[in-house]
Design a protein around this ligand. Structure first.
Ligand code: SAJ
Length: 406
């Protein structure tokens, strides 16, 4: 299938890498973003966030005039909606960006075009956008192809996974599924699994909700083992020797803009049915509060025992190991909670950041040496090179030393 142009609405963590990969296959790509800074940055051949290999790919696609970015759509053959689906305060999904992007492309659509939503969305969103398109353009009724196709790439490995992960493709009808499969086969080597739009929407939410529930089980184990004075890291390692058991790792809570968010798409729409999913969200959020309390209690114990305030090292701010992304980070929440009760003798460490607008950062070896209490919130590789010290109070929430939490 020859495409004159593919239009990507939204050039974020998923939109830009996908647009760049499609452009690298020799297809003309128009990127659209409402953020003028994003538009100008990419048109200069640069990128506005870190992702291995992306800068080179975007630079070459722009230089070879296969990727161009504007702030409004133009006539194309395929339109992809890859805009954010944030949350309102009451954890109600906000699909206003998806709606706005759909309305923006409506005037440009012609018979035979393909319209795809990739944004993580509540079940039924594709049907709602189909009605919106036909309302705006009754002449297109059943003349265009519409599908939902979620992504499942891991930040830090996006370019590889975009190409090699299997994908689930959910058309509003069989013809739409086939048209979408044809499009994705231009750059996806993984298997393309066809289903309907509602199942594809639910699949994305299911994948991430299942992970959140699994992590909640590991976190619950860590609370039980803390009380039972059992080393949870050793326990999980032994239980996972069972051929059909795969317990994930406890942490200081669940962060990122996916696992910590997507389950609310289900609990908001299915509040009576999603009991475990809802409880898992509650437990993973509680784990962060629990960690902050543990640190504060250790500080009080130290002061009673030594008659002076402890120096405390908060090790890690990112939402997961070996990245610099602090979005929805539980470690950041814990650092802020502990800072409320103690400013002066607190050292904040994040080896993947040079500086931070709120936290004054300390180099990790220096902080570890000076600290009386060390709270490992994120298992960054750098921390694993440190030697375990009996003379310090070490709160190993992230399993850096696989030690029991005091
Ligand atoms: N975490 C734990 N224990 C674990 C694993 C993770 O506490 O054993 C925590 C991490 O520290 C982090 C959070 O959970 O705070 C999420 O980590 P993650 O490893 O799930 O990474 P994400 O959120 O970047 O990526 C997930 C992936 N989804 C699944 O693995 C089912 C990815 O494939 C998705 O594309 C991505 O969400 C997304 O964008 O939806």
């Amino acid at each position: 299938m020859n495409y004159n142009q593919i239009c990507f609405m939204g050039l974020g963590y998923i939109g830009l890498p996908t647009a760049a990969i499609v452009a690298s296959k020799g297809i003309k790509v128009l990127g659209v973003d409402i953020n003028e800074k994003v538009v100008s940055t990419i048109n200069k051949g640069n990128i506005h966030f870190e992702e291995p290999g992306l800068a080179k790919l975007v630079n070459s696609s722009v230089l070879q005039k296969r990727l161009r970015v504007t702030n409004k759509p133009e006539p194309s053959d395929v339109y992809l909606i890859v805009v954010p689906t944030p949350f309102k305060d009451n954890h109600e999904p906000d699909i206003s960006f998806v709606k706005a992007a759909t309305k923006a492309v409506a005037p440009y659509l012609k018979a035979g075009d393909l319209f795809i939503i990739e944004s993580t969305s509540p079940v039924g969103t594709t049907d709602r956008m189909t009605s919106l398109l036909y309302l705006e353009r009754p002449d297109l009724k059943e003349k265009i192809y519409i599908a939902y196709c979620p992504e499942r790439v891991l930040p830090g490995n996006i370019l590889y996974e975009l190409e090699y992960n299997d994908r689930v493709i959910g058309g509003i009808d069989e013809k739409s599924s086939q048209k979408a499969r044809e499009f994705y086969s231009t750059f996806v080597s993984g298997e393309l699994h066809i289903t309907n739009a509602r199942t594809a929407e639910m699949c994305k939410l299911t994948e991430n909700s299942s992970r959140d529930v699994q992590i909640a089980f590991a976190n619950e184990l860590s609370l039980i083992c803390d009380k039972a004075k059992i080393n949870v890291w050793e326990l999980i390692e032994l239980a996972n020797k069972h051929p059909r058991v795969n317990i994930l790792q406890p942490g200081c809570g669940v962060g990122g803009h996916c696992i910590a968010v997507d389950p609310y798409f289900l609990t908001a729409d299915f509040p009576m049915e999603s009991q475990i999913i809802s409880k898992a969200r509650e437990l993973n959020n509680y784990k962060s509060f629990w960690c902050a309390e543990k640190i504060r209690n250790a500080m009080l114990d130290f002061q009673v025992k030594h008659g002076k305030k402890p120096k405390v090292a908060i090790m890690g701010l990112a939402f997961k190991p070996n990245i610099d992304d602090l979005r929805e980070s539980p470690a950041k929440y814990i650092a802020q909670k502990v800072m409320q009760s103690e400013q002066n003798t607190l050292m904040i460490i994040e080896p993947n950041l040079k500086e931070h607008s709120v936290f004054r950062l300390t180099e990790y070896r220096n902080a570890y040496e000076k600290a009386d209490i060390v709270a490992f919130l994120v298992a960054h590789d750098e921390f694993k090179s440190l030697e375990f010290r009996q003379d310090k109070t070490i709160l190993d929430f992230a399993g850096v030393f696989k030690q029991n939490i005091i």
